[in-house]
Design a protein around this ligand. Structure first.
Ligand code: ZN
Length: 302
């Protein structure tokens, strides 16, 4: 522990074993001090899993997901999905279209549904359901989808086994205190042949490796950091029969460019498309466990 840890009451107890593989050889990899609450990132020598250790306690973690988080106003926050919806739809629609090639209709569940943007896109092919932790965002999603939205978590939802043909966790798994239990629960909820689609960072990507502790993905709400390899193992261990990894994401460049326009206020901002295009093309550079960037989307089929 460094001197930066002035208020110990915000932390949970420190883990002495890897939460993913139970390996007991773990070491502190980075200390992140750029936020008002500093935190350590530990790494397992056996499976390469990185995790916040000690992590913030449940009270602190849940305090992150308040109204300011969903309005994009907090120090550490999401963006206001409602203002961006008309642009973000390009990504959501394409994402659902690809998912439907694997799942072929049926019941769809978005975990971390926020205001229900992805659910709305899914309604084109699927019957959409959602789980949203935040009463602020979840109440709004309920206004659109009624009781199909559960305000709560994967630990206390009303959905039954073998009910869904597709489940999405888009940039959610890294926020969960127990990703292993979450993935197993998704497996239980999916019917045979159903698909779990998840997006998270690949810490084996050169982007993460070169930026080290400066990598922007190290945020107070991110408790778990996977690699392509240990994420694949996690899914196989949960019972999934087939795992497919898309680098950087499961769709092409165009929807990303269209989505990016939500921040543009001048024509000059279109220059940002050069940066996005460069990133997308760089992401195509991968071989085996090597990947130039750290974006990934993983499909797991039951
Ligand atoms: Zn491990």
């Amino acid at each position: 522990m460094t001197g930066a840890y002035t208020d110990l009451s915000v932390y949970d107890y420190p883990r002495t074993a890897c939460p993913l593989c139970a390996g007991e050889s773990i070491r502190t990899k980075y200390t992140i001090t750029r936020y008002s609450l500093p935190f350590n990132i530990d790494m397992c020598r056996r499976c390469g899993f990185m995790f916040m250790n000690p992590r913030f306690n449940d009270g602190v973690v849940s305090s992150f997901y308040n109204e300011d988080y969903y309005r994009g106003n907090a120090e550490y926050s999401y963006y206001d999905e409602r203002e961006a919806e008309k642009f973000a739809r390009h990504v959501w629609d394409k994402r659902i279209k690809v998912l439907n090639r694997y799942a072929r209709g049926g019941n769809f569940l978005d975990i971390g549904a926020a205001f229900g943007g992805l659910m709305r896109a899914a309604s084109r092919y699927f019957t959409p359901y959602g789980i949203e932790l935040s009463p602020y965002a979840g109440t709004e999603a309920r206004r659109r989808f009624g009781s199909a939205v559960h305000i709560g978590t994967l630990d206390n939802h009303p959905f039954s086994e073998n009910f869904f043909s597709a489940i999405t966790m888009i940039e959610v798994i890294e926020h969960l205190p127990n990703p292993k239990t979450a993935v197993r629960e998704c497996y239980r909820l999916l019917k045979k042949g159903g698909v779990l689609a998840l997006q998270t960072a690949n810490m084996d990507g050169m982007q993460a490796k070169l930026l080290k502790d400066r990598y922007a993905y190290f945020m107070p709400g991110h408790l778990s950091y996977f690699t392509r390899k240990n994420c694949t193992s996690l899914l196989h261990d949960a019972g999934f029969s087939r795992v497919k990894v898309f680098l950087p994401v499961e769709f092409g460049l165009l929807p990303k460019l269209m989505k990016s326009r939500y921040t543009f206020t001048s024509w000059l901002h279109y220059l940002r498309w050069l940066k996005i295009t460069r990133y997308h093309l760089l992401s195509k550079l991968h071989y085996g466990n090597f990947a130039a960037t750290s974006s990934m989307v993983v499909y797991a089929i039951k």
